[in-house]
Every structure is written in C-alpha cells, then in structure tokens.
Design a protein around this ligand. Structure first.
Ligand code: URP
Ligand code: ZN
Ligand code: ZN
Ligand code: ZN
Length: 477
C-alpha cells in the first residue's frame, strides 16, 4: 500500500491547531507526528506532500445535498457524477444525499434507485438520508430496515402540500418510530398550508416575480413550524434536526429547546449567511430580465438583511445552536428550469447550488472574524460526521480515520462564479455566487488516501466514491 506523508502544515481540528505531520497508509490515517520525525527516527513515505504554511483539515462533510432530485416537474441538474466532482473541487469529501419518497412511492424502491444513481458515479464518498413523503404503515416499517442498511435519518416536510407534506398526525407517528429506534428526524419546518394561501393571494395581486417567493414565506411561517416540530419532538422523545434554518426567530426557538435539554439541532446554509431578499428584489439582468431573481429562489427563502437574520445566524454558529452548516445543494439551470417560473414565481424550481463553495464561504467567515478556524472545521467537517453517525471515520484527522484530508491555503484566493476567467464545476448555467471573492483556496484534496484534486485540477476517478453505511447519530444527549 502507498504511504503518504503530509509535512509542514498546521493540522486544525474542532478543538485546536498544531504543527503536525500526517502519515497515511493506504486509505487510512495512521499517525500524527511531531514535525519532521517520529520517536523512531525520520519517517519515510512513498509520497511526500509539502504543506508548509498551509492548513491541513479533515475533508468536508456536506450533510445535505440533492443530486438528481425530481422537483416540480424537473430534476436537479447535478448528477452524482457532476455534483460529487464539484464537491471534490471545493474540499468536500463526503456528502449525505436525500433518497426521495414522494406520495405513492415505496421507500425500498427509492433506496434501490438512489444506489443505482450513485454507485460507480461518485467522485467522493456518499451516504443517504431518507425523505419520508408518504408516512404509512409500510414506510414506518421500512425505517428499521433502513437503519440496518446504514440510512439512519429521516426527513419529513411541513411544507409542499400534496407532494411531501406530512400531517401533524403523520409527524407524530414518524417521530414515535424515530424515538423507539434512536433515529434522527429531520424537519423541513415551514407551514405549507399557510404559505399556499399567501402564494395564491400574492399571485392574485399580480405579484408574480421571484422576489415574491420570499415575501410569501415570511419568518412567522418558519418559526411557527419550528415551534410545532420542537413540541412534537418533546411529546414523542424523538431527536430532531431542523434543516436549512434561515429565520433568526426559528433559531431562537431551537436554542431555547436546546437550553431546556432537548435533543434538537439546527442546520443553516451559506446562502442564508450571505445572500438576502433585498438583493433579490433589485435583481434584473440583460440576459434574464426580472427572472434574474429566480437564481436565489430556495425554501426556506432568503431573508431580509435589514431584519438582521445573518448576524444572528453567525452568532448561533459561534454558540453551537447552529450545529452544522450544509449546502442544501439543489441546483437548477436558468434555461428550461428556473425559466418555468416566468410570470409565476411558484413554478420556479426551489434550490441553490453551493456544494463546491461551502468550505470556502465558511472560511471567509474565519477571515471576517465571525468564527474561529477550529469552529470552521467543526461545523463543516467534524460535527456533521458525528451528527450523522460517521464519527471516527469521517470529519477528523486521527489514526484509524479515513484519509480524507484537505490542504487549504489561508493566504490563497478563490473567485466564485462563471465567465470572465472564472469557472465552477457544478452542472449549472449560472452561479448563485457570482462575484464573491474568497480569501483562501483549496489546494489539495485527498479522499481515502488518494489525491483527487491538486493544483493542476481534478485528478480523481469517476467511481472513486463509496457508499458510507452510517451508524445512529453520535451527537445526542
Ligand atoms: O429550496 C430547496 N431547499 N430545495 C431543496 C429541497 C428541500 O426542501 O430541501
Ligand atoms: Zn427542505
Ligand atoms: Zn434540501
Ligand atoms: Zn481576496
């Protein structure tokens, strides 16, 4: 087996940073060493990578992606092949994608379909959550089987009536099963029936542009659903993870539940930390006219900068009430996809693509003095691995762990976007991050001991990534 030695870098973990060398044997990390030597003398390895002046961090773990997800009559534009390659470019070496069960579908059929899509087509390792869009006796029974297959978390929707929405009764049933099995219940917390009324009223007023997607999903609809989910989790004893939180009021409710000792966790995404409803309001372009704002249509929606959500979200990342930062990577092109919403924002497929940029965008938070570099590693790598039952293998640089490592240049530079010398690797004809400048750079990406990206670009194989069978969450009280 090939041995690799990474020398001269600063190894950053969730708890601290130190100048250390990292020795890899085959697919695993075997030792962290004082720079230059071991107690037995100088180390030799087949391959040596000089990381002098660089950060050596665990590969990113993105706990929320939607490759090839069917949505609103179309499908997310990244396949496992293109989406995981983009992840690799950006220093993410594990994704957790959502298997989709919509009304009328069988869970096990969908799991088989997702394995078929991902297997042999993934640049980095991948795991699955299960969306339960149809809670019934069969899908409740399937939960236990899936845990045995390494799919240990289940997403429910309080939004999207008629497609994914679960009634409160169904939520209670799934949560009871989650509590019995020790399995994490993930929640899309928006009051879908209230939103549907607000959407119809907006359209009747002639408010048809992309901006009105956001105004018809106000923070109250997110906070109300978050509160209801927290109370139902309290009632049933289920561990609860609220996905893609954007409203500061929802996060305050999550923090309150956590302070009360409940197993409740919050996830946010880069778009809610940087992008805002105000920018969406003014968005017009030569190419897309007033459809320009569709580039940032996602749910939960972007929130008003003036209302102060972003500062609060960063604060909750510092305090730990935001447990993880994932992307909710759900890319659609403008052409033929976002275009479906011309004249009616409710037809715009919901989602933003960021899987390539999460590590960079959160590192900018380090540069801007928002979070420490250790907290960066914690929310992007270590805690997602622990939250989703992969700790010890993923998200840490420690002997025995998979050698998933990123060499990050804290003095480098990355320009996000496409065109004019910029490029991204997601299968999208636009970038939600056009013009963002990052004061850092992903230099080298190693996945299970193999360098898959270096300064020359992506050098990994199409089928390097493997399915990760997950344990139950290791992050519960
Ligand atoms: O807009 C979003 N978030 N699209 C992806 C589906 C979901 O609800 O996570
Ligand atoms: Zn969702
Ligand atoms: Zn999502
Ligand atoms: Zn810069």
């Amino acid at each position: 087996m090939t041995t690799t030695l990474i020398t001269g870098g600063t190894v950053i973990s969730a708890t601290g940073s130190a100048l250390q060398d990292v020795l890899i044997d085959g697919e695993r990390i075997v030792a962290l060493l004082a720079p230059g030597t071991t107690p037995l003398g100088p180390v030799t390895a087949d391959v040596t990578i000089d990381a002098t002046g660089k950060y050596v961090i665990p590969g990113g773990v993105d706990g929320h992606t939607h490759m090839e997800m069917p949505f609103g009559g179309t499908q997310a534009s990244d396949t496992f092949e293109t989406g995981t390659r983009a992840a690799a470019w950006g220093g993410t070496t594990t994704i957790v994608d959502f298997v989709v069960q919509a009304h009328g579908q069988r869970v096990q059929d969908q799991v088989a379909l997702w394995h078929e899509k991902a297997s042999g087509n993934s640049a980095v390792d991948y795991a699955f959550h299960q969306i339960l869009g149809d809670v019934n006796d069969e899908s409740l029974k399937a939960m236990q089987e899936l845990i045995g297959e390494g799919i240990t978390s289940f997403k429910l929707f309080m939004a999207y009536p008629g497609v994914f929405l679960s009634s409160d009764g169904q939520i209670v049933q799934a949560m009871q099963a989650g509590a019995d099995l020790g399995a994490l219940i993930m929640m899309h917390a928006e009051n879908g029936s209230a939103i549907d009324v607000l959407v119809q009223q907006a359209l009747q007023r002639g408010e048809t542009g992309p901006y009105f997607h956001g105004t018809s999903r106000p923070w109250q609809t997110e906070q109300e659903a978050t509160h209801r989910a927290v109370m139902l989790a309290d009632l049933t004893g289920a561990p609860l993870y609220i996905v893609h939180v954007s409203a500061k009021q929802a996060l305050a409710r999550i923090a309150e539940a956590r302070n009360a000792g409940q197993n409740v966790f919050g996830e946010t995404c880069p778009q809610y930390l940087y992008l805002s409803l105000e920018e969406q309001l003014g968005a017009v372009s030569e190419e897309w006219g007033e459809l320009e704002g569709a580039k940032w249509v996602c749910s939960t929606p972007l929130r008003s900068r003036a209302e102060g959500h972003q500062d609060e979200l960063w604060k909750y990342i510092r305090t730990g009430d935001v447990t993880t930062v994932s992307t909710d990577h759900c890319p659609f092109c403008m052409k033929d996809q976002k275009e479906m919403g011309i004249g009616n924002f409710s037809k715009i497929p919901n989602g933003i693509g960021s899987v390539e940029h999460r590590m960079d965008l959160l590192f900018q938070g380090v540069k801007d003095g928002r979070i420490s570099k250790e907290r960066w590693v914690d929310v992007c790598c270590t805690t997602p691995a622990r939250m989703f039952g992969m700790y010890g293998r993923k998200g840490v640089i420690t002997p025995g762990a998979d050698a998933d490592i990123v060499i990050y240049d804290p003095d480098g530079h990355t320009s996000l976007g496409i065109g004019e010398g910029r490029e991204h690797h997601m299968n999208m004809d636009y970038s939600a991050w056009q013009g963002y400048e990052i004061d850092g750079h992903v230099d080298v990406v190693i996945s299970r001991g193999t360098v898959i990206k270096d300064e020359t670009g992506y050098i990994g194989g199409k089928s390097h990534g493997r399915f990760v069978k997950r344990e139950l969450s290791q992050n519960l009280i």
